[in-house]
Ligand binder design. Structure first.
Ligand code: CA
Length: 371
């Protein structure tokens, strides 16, 4: 260091001091560290609607946590007020409310909008689709999320995955399912593409909201139902309305849940707040997915203590359902190019993921059960 450097250093120090002095007292209070991109002082107040009942464990709970985390991480600059399904808009109008900008953000599941966007079902769950782990790797590691974002672009929406139920149960029945014949005429609550497969198998799919299922099954308005997994099913009391609890949930092997953000509202946020929304969605996705599995493990024991008969669908029934599922996919793909595009990508990933999982996760689970 020679003498020539001193004037430069002094000039630099002076300029730093002057930057610091120029800052408003408020700016200093918020952040005394100069940063490349100083956060804007503007506060955003958002409304968030969901498809879930108030206090619905894990589902609505995860949304409340998301909003709370955003508020903390943003120092209150992004304040999201959460409304459960029906509190501000009916549950199934969540998509439209966010798309039209009535509210800025929502939470639900893409297969609820199948009437509007049939291709969206791949981003919740489809019969013989991806399990939670493969869904996560497809979305975050193999282009799935980009396809999803592209699909929602036309609706002025930005989607973020948040939560996965894990593999669901096959459902509650009052008679044994020994062959596909036992499904003929069976009135069963089953949403999504699973319902279409059930219809092909001769069953009668019925659409019912969560709150209506128990009474319908108990009164015999429906013969069978699927819901989620041991935790949510036991909470609904379905074990008191049906004898047999079948597995696996071939129709919903891991339902991904979604955050919908109005694109204009999202674009109006500074980069740090956008990042906070994305990061909070990802953090609570982990929280929700972990809750589903941990609570199901616990509740399976509770159900077994109550002498619930858990039964595996016979292999032949599963093979038939798989065949019918492929027919449903092909038919839908033939009439909807958007569906075909996503189906092709999904199918390609499913094939590759299955080859790997056969010698990784599945082989390990098999090894674990050998004693
Ligand atoms: Ca379900």
């Amino acid at each position: 260091m020679d003498k020539k450097m001193f004037p430069l250093l002094i000039a630099l120090l002076l300029s730093l001091t002057s930057i610091s002095c120029d800052k408003s007292p408020e700016g200093n209070k918020q952040d005394s560290q100069p940063s490349a991109q100083a956060p804007a002082a503007q506060t955003f107040n958002w409304k968030m609607v969901t498809t879930w009942p108030p206090n619905f464990p894990v589902f609505q709970e995860g949304v409340d946590r998301f909003a709370n985390d955003v508020k903390i991480m943003s120092g209150g600059r992004l304040d999201i007020k959460v409304y459960a399904g029906g509190e501000l808009v009916p549950p199934l109008q969540t998509f439209d409310a966010v798309s039209q900008g009535t509210v800025e953000i929502g939470h639900g599941a893409a297969y609820y909008w199948a009437g509007k966007i049939p291709a969206g079902v791949f981003f919740t769950s489809v019969p013989f689709g991806l399990n939670a782990q493969s869904m996560t790797s497809w979305l975050y590691g193999a282009g799935g999320l980009e396809l999803w974002q592209d699909l929602y672009k036309d609706y002025g929406l930005v989607p973020f995955p948040m939560g996965n139920t894990g593999v669901q149960m096959g459902g509650w029945f009052n008679k044994r399912i020994n062959s596909l014949k036992d499904i003929k005429g069976l009135k069963m609550r089953m949403p999504g593409l699973g319902g279409k497969v059930l219809a092909k198998a001769g069953g009668v799919p019925v659409l019912l909201a969560g709150g209506e299922i128990y009474t319908a099954l108990e009164r015999g308005t429906i013969d069978a139902t699927e819901w989620v997994g041991p935790y949510h099913d036991e909470r609904l009391g379905l074990n008191r309305a049906a004898k047999y609890y079948y597995y696996p949930g071939w129709h919903e092997p891991g339902s991904e849940l979604e955050i919908l953000v109005n694109k204009k509202a999202y674009d109006s946020l500074p980069a740090d707040l956008q990042k906070i929304v994305e990061t909070s969605a990802r953090a609570n996705s982990l929280w929700m997915t972990a809750q589903f599995e941990a609570l199901n493990i616990k509740s399976l024991n509770v159900l077994q203590d109550k002498n619930v008969t858990t039964l595996k669908f016979p292999d032949d029934v599963i093979r038939e359902l798989r065949k019918l599922s492929d027919e449903v996919y092909e038919e839908q793909a033939a009439k909807d190019p958007q569906f075909k595009k996503i189906y092709d990508a999904f199918n390609d990933y499913r094939t590759k993921s299955q080859a790997w999982n056969k010698i990784s996760e599945a082989a390990y689970q098999e090894a674990l059960s050998l004693k």
